[in-house]
Design a protein around this ligand. Structure first.
Ligand SMILES: Cc1cc2nc3c(=O)[nH]c(=O)nc-3n(C[C@H](O)[C@H](O)[C@H](O)COP(=O)(O)OP(=O)(O)OC[C@H]3O[C@@H](n4cnc5c(N)ncnc54)[C@H](O)[C@@H]3O)c2cc1C
Length: 435
């Protein structure tokens, strides 16, 4: 990368960023996406490479700690608490190309970017996360852009602050929270928003005027029975209406009407008035990735071996996080555990060995149930609980809330520097070495 230059990001850390791009570039390791997964693996592998042998292609200016969006929606944290400039979180010896990959050509070991440049690689890690499809619900984008519409969403940095604004403006009526009929990241997050709204209304003497409704496309409140049982008790105790298999299809912002379909009876819809509507949008993997049929499965996810996270078709390609086909719950917690496995397996493959490290599907979801309570769900591929602490985590605990609010953000930024690979060792220690 002859035209790279060093840019000072702050007084302590430096990164190199391509200032002018030639037509063709080469690298040993290409990482597509500098979010949770891309940054973490870059940090874990950076020391194995010389300067500029790793290229990270990432269009965004900031890396966001998205799990904090739930608390921003509740007014506990701000957007600036949840982000750091990309140049600060990438390792100093990688080259950051601030651009998006538009075409993947895995047979030729290269990609092309939005600016029309070609990047050749020996190995590639795909870490593009999920695309938010707000435009798939008629009326939604207009409603999100209108300041006082009461329509908000915790899933994007663009709209998350509107959630707290909508809670403050709320006077009387339905406060509806939705979960879409598509794969999604952090499937627990939509109902966390409902619990926080309930707590906010109680604290501000609005609860008697509010009907809190959680409409989910899923047939269950949560995938793991132990935590689902606990959550049904929470919704009953808080008087929150839960409608399963109920999917948002359109909004009429001028009239404050949302239309839902009954997924058990295709074609059957019903309209509901709202005072506040918190939408989790439909999602899919990014279009530019999905269109590379050689890399993805029928659902558009990078087809990987769920144990090793290696592509099923290309030995020099791995995927991490939300864009991978591994059937785990799509969370940062999963990314942490996957990063250790992927770093070991990519290192093995680069040295001509077999990938032998195995990911067990670990994911976790801190189910915030109010301003000082949290159920910390942890589980594996089989939806079997894998709790770190030696007590029953299906209870609403203040300690778990404090961990979510004050400790996990620090752990995330450490993870991006390669210092956190999930709680496996801690769990062993907490349980005195017993499984
Ligand atoms: C509201 C909310 C609450 C959540 N709560 C939790 C929680 O409590 N606990 C938890 O563990 N997880 C939670 N998550 C989920 C967690 O944030 C994601 O699972 C995690 O960020 C996935 O990491 P990733 O690297 O796969 O994707 P991301 O972190 O989303 O990063 C993907 C990156 O790829 C880039 N990209 C996309 N397309 C391209 C392209 N074509 N070329 C180059 N770059 C590209 C994007 O710009 C982005 O920076 C939550 C998420 C949200 C939105």
């Amino acid at each position: 990368m002859s035209m790279s230059r060093l840019i000072s990001v702050n007084s302590k850390r430096y990164f190199s960023k391509t200032s002018k791009l030639h037509d063709t570039h080469s690298c040993k390791l290409l990482i597509v996406g500098g979010g949770a997964g891309g940054c973490t693996v870059a940090a874990k592998l950076a020391n194995n490479f010389k300067k500029h042998e790793i290229i990270v292609v990432e269009p965004a200016e900031y890396n966001y700690y998205q799990p904090l969006f739930t608390l921003i929606g509740g007014g506990t944290k701000t957007i600036s608490d949840a982000r750091k400039p990309m140049g600060q979180v990438l390792p100093k010896n990688v080259t950051w190309v601030q651009d998006a990959v538009r075409e993947f050509s895995p047979k030729e070991n290269c990609v092309s970017t939005g600016c029309g440049h070609t990047i050749k690689y020996d190995f590639m890690l795909i870490a593009t996360g999920l695309q938010l499809n707000y435009d798939k619900i008629p009326g939604l984008l207009d409603a999100l852009k209108q300041k006082d519409s009461g329509v908000c969403s915790n899933y994007s940095e663009l709209y998350v602050e509107k959630t707290f604004e909508s809670l403050k403006r709320f006077k009387k009526g339905n406060a509806i929270f939705t979960l879409p009929n598509t794969p999604l990241k952090c499937p627990g997050a939509p109902q966390k928003a409902a619990y926080i709204a309930d707590a906010f209304f109680r604290k501000n003497n609005k609860r008697n005027n509010a009907r809190v409704i959680y409409n989910t496309s899923l047939p269950v409140i949560f995938g793991v029975k132990k935590y689902a049982d606990a959550l049904w008790k929470v919704v009953e105790g808080r008087d929150i209406d839960v409608n399963l298999r109920t999917n948002l299809v359109s909004i009429e912002p001028g009239k404050n009407v949302a239309t839902f379909e009954n997924l058990e009876k295709p074609g059957e819809t019903h309209a509901v008035n709202y005072e506040m509507l918190n939408v989790t949008p439909p999602m899919c993997t990014p279009n530019d990735l999905r269109k590379c049929r050689e890399l993805v499965n029928d659902a558009g996810f990078v087809d990987v071996n769920k144990d090793t996270m290696q592509s099923t078709k290309f030995d020099n390609v791995f995927a991490i996080g939300d864009c991978a086909s591994s059937p785990n719950s799509k969370t940062c917690a999963a990314v942490a555990s996957q990063s250790t496995v992927i770093a070991a397996n990519m290192t093995a493959v680069m040295s001509g060995n077999k990938p032998e490290a195995i990911y067990n599907g670990y994911a976790s979801c801190p189910l915030v149930t109010g301003y000082d309570k949290c159920i910390l769900a942890e589980f594996d591929y089989n939806l079997t609980p894998m709790e770190t602490f030696p007590f029953n985590q299906a209870r609403e605990l203040r300690s778990m809330y404090i961990m979510k609010r004050d400790i996990m953000p620090t752990v995330y930024w450490l993870m991006l520097r390669g210092y956190w690979g999930g709680p496996a060792t801690m769990r062993k220690f907490m349980r005195l070495g017993f499984a």
